[in-house]
Design a protein around this ligand. Structure first.
Ligand code: ATP
Ligand code: TZP
Ligand code: MG
Ligand code: MG
Length: 268
């Protein structure tokens, strides 16, 4: 993975101002929209069953996030997901809290049956519960790591026949055959709500312009992590409140020179 390629994808999504349709949770809606705008994409939030298919059809990526789920939202997600599949629009699925309750786990697994998900992104606990393992989860947060994240990502990618991202201190991306580790990021991201949810939307923005899913996904993770590192030396170190604001600034400011200096990606 080279920094030139990452910069190219970022420039293209900015030029194109990719429209990202989010059906997401009530906690992170505003932060996700602001994060996508800062990066250079165009967010839209819409979840009414009467309009989701039309909205998705006009978008360059669809993000499905079950953070605050209910039956209506789940129905809308399936409708939108099917519309995206028909039109060849990439779908990112964030199974927030899978494993925390049986309902969430069931909905998350059903989603993988009903929709062709392009990229599945979660913390290690969520992904483990999706494939029948039970790593510790507390609400929407992963507990202590319950095993090898590289193996977990590979297994999930094979089982679902898709690209899987597991985030945490290091991020793992696997399609079951090739696997990458992205070491950019900062633990302050775990002190603000929605860091994972916004990342899922950012992955959608990157794969809206890059058809090679491993490349697009790794590019998204590295860009996001480097923006967080930069935020921590420009005011974010004061605490989570300042960090959240400065992180948005750095998603806006990040460019090819900054990426070239800080990129930490390896194939494993
Ligand atoms: P959780 O609720 O368990 O925190 P999440 O859905 O919020 O899960 P994270 O795993 O926190 O998602 O990942 C969101 C972003 O935060 C990713 O870019 C990840 O690399 C980064 N991140 C999380 N924890 C750390 C850490 N300890 N060090 C560096 N980066 C981190
Ligand atoms: N509760 C339901 S959804 C949500 C919370 C706290 C936000 C989760 O965001 P993230 O990105 O997984 O930390
Ligand atoms: Mg987090
Ligand atoms: Mg999450």
């Amino acid at each position: 993975m080279n920094n030139q390629k990452i910069a190219e994808i970022l420039n293209e999504l900015r030029e194109r101002k990719s429209l990202i349709h989010n059906i997401t949770n009530e906690v992170v809606t505003n932060f996700t929209a602001n994060g996508l705008l800062s990066l250079g994409a165009a967010p839209v939030m819409a979840h009414a069953k009467e309009e989701v298919e039309d909205m998705t059809s006009n978008a360059q990526a669809l993000i499905l996030n079950i953070g605050t789920l209910d039956e209506n939202k789940v129905k809308s997600m399936v409708l939108a997901g099917k519309a995206a599949n028909e039109k060849g629009i990439p779908v990112v699925f964030d199974p927030v809290g899978a494993g925390a309750t049986p309902y969430r786990t069931k909905v998350a697994r059903n989603m993988m049956d009903k929709i062709a998900v392009t990229v599945l992104r979660g913390n290690a606990a969520e992904i483990s519960h999706m494939i029948g393992q039970q790593w510790e989860i507390r609400g929407v947060e992963a507990g202590e790591t319950g095993g090898n994240k590289v193996d977990l990502a590979k297994n999930a990618a094979k089982q679902f026949n898709t690209t899987v991202v597991i985030t945490g201190k290091e991020d793992v991306v696997s399609n079951g055959t090739s696997t990458y580790l992205v070491e950019n990021g900062h633990e302050m991201l775990s002190k603000i709500t929605g860091a994972g949810c916004l990342l899922s939307a950012v992955i959608g923005a990157f794969i809206s312009t890059e058809k090679d899913l491993l490349t697009g996904t790794v590019a998204a993770l590295a860009t996001y992590g480097i923006a967080a590192e930069r935020a921590m030396t420009r005011g974010g170190e004061k605490g989570p409140g300042s960090f959240q604001i400065e992180f948005l600034n750095q998603l806006n400011n990040i460019n090819s020179e900054i990426i070239a200096k800080h990129l930490l990606v390896k194939e494993v």
